[in-house]
Design a protein around this ligand. Structure first.
Ligand code: PLP
Length: 357
């Protein structure tokens, strides 16, 4: 006897990147930051007052939202704090994707969690394939409008290719699309530009939400803290009604404030990762790989000898304690997604590759 809803019974669960629990492996598979969190975060953790654990936290993470608003040039009413960026995605589905409706739209390939969340909400996914250069087709909004979709997701800079779309491209899509457009900026800290100007006052857009997370740029994947920034406070107010009453905890709020308060100093680490990204790209190209220019903290690299080669390298690296990501997607079978690690980790990866030949 099975008791769950039919769509849950049919659901394929999200498959996270492998998280081996031994300390000795080199993890270049889930886009974590190689450095520890900023010292301000560590100090806040060490001096955290247990009295704050006894009491309920701010239900809306007000101090964090005020700080984030100041950093980004928006109002606190445009910011929603969530338990990881993933909770924001779930809220977006709950609030904007009508059960029995036309579902969500994505540019394919994309973050596989979107599809799982759509399955939970029991709505379909309309996939618009990216072009050969991984750009978004010019009629993206039109295709989704024609399909009757009213919630769309674009990862920008894009995962898993690292490509960045211009602000003008995003503005055009938001203007044309008849629904809520989510720009997932999980990797924006490593990119040349973001889309903040499109959510600031005067953008003229009422349907845009940016996703941000502390998991990647701030070395806080274990903390579970993300947030949304909307061009229109009404979108935030709608999601505020549907979230858990205390969706971010007191400790997470305090550490998140410390992290974003240190954003200028943390940005030095983004520069280091960008330099390592260039070095790793050059090393791989020298060894016969094709590597797309990336605006993220990972690269998508095509193995010198095709599909079997990518799988073989993935497996051999894993046997050597180095984890990278392989995607079972028709357009990605000859490729590996490699997180930019510390200089030592990147050197170990290159050494392991050289040892295979
Ligand atoms: C990492 C990531 C997120 C959010 O991750 P959290 O750890 O839940 O904050 C969202 N979108 C994409 C594409 C990501 O890679």
């Amino acid at each position: 006897m099975s008791y769950e809803r039919d769509n849950i019974a049919k659901l394929q669960a999200y498959v996270p990147g492998e998280q081996p629990q031994t300390g000795t492996v080199i993890k270049l598979n889930t886009n974590e930051h190689p450095d520890l969190p900023h010292q301000a975060v560590i100090d806040t953790l060490r001096t955290f007052d247990p009295e704050l654990l006894r009491r309920y936290p701010s239900p809306t993470a007000r101090p964090f939202r005020e700080l984030a608003a100041k950093v980004h040039g928006v109002t606190p009413e445009q910011v929603l704090a969530t338990n990881g960026g993933d909770e924001l995605l779930r809220l977006l589905l709950t609030v904007f994707a009508t059960p029995g409706g036309k579902g969500i739209g994505v540019s394919d390939p994309t973050y596989s969690l979107y599809e799982v969340l759509a399955g939970i909400q029991d709505v379909p996914v309309t996939r618009v394939p990216r072009l050969d250069d991984w750009s978004i087709p010019g009629d993206f909004a039109k295709q989704l409008n024609d399909a009757g979709v009213n919630l769309a997701f674009i990862v920008n800079p894009h995962a898993p290719t690292g490509r960045l779309e211009s602000v003008d491209t995003i503005r055009k899509i938001a203007t044309e699309f008849n629904g809520v457009l989510v720009i997932d900026e999980a990797y924006t800290n490593f990119a040349e530009h973001d889309c903040l100007e499109l959510v600031r006052e005067g953008s003229g857009l009422d349907n845009l939400i940016l996703l941000r997370t502390l998991s990647k740029g701030y070395s806080l994947a274990g903390l579970r803290f993300g947030y949304g920034i909307a061009s229109n406070p009404e979108l935030i107010a709608a999601m505020d009604k549907a979230r858990d009453s205390y969706n971010t905890d007191a400790l997470a709020q305090a550490l998140a404030c410390a992290a974003i308060g240190a954003h200028e100093e943390v940005s030095a680490s983004w520069q280091k990762i960008k330099a390592e990204r260039q070095r790793l790209t050059d090393s791989l190209i020298k060894r016969g790989w094709a590597v797309l220019p990336s605006q993220t903290n990972f690269i998508l690299a095509t193995a010198p000898a095709g599909i079997d080669h990518a799988v073989r390298i993935y497996q051999t690296l894993k046997e050597n304690g180095i984890f990278v990501r392989y995607f079972n997607h028709p357009r990605l079978l000859d490729k590996l997604r490699i997180t930019i690690g510390s200089p030592q980790q990147n050197d170990a990866l290159i050494a392991a590759l050289d040892n295979m030949n």
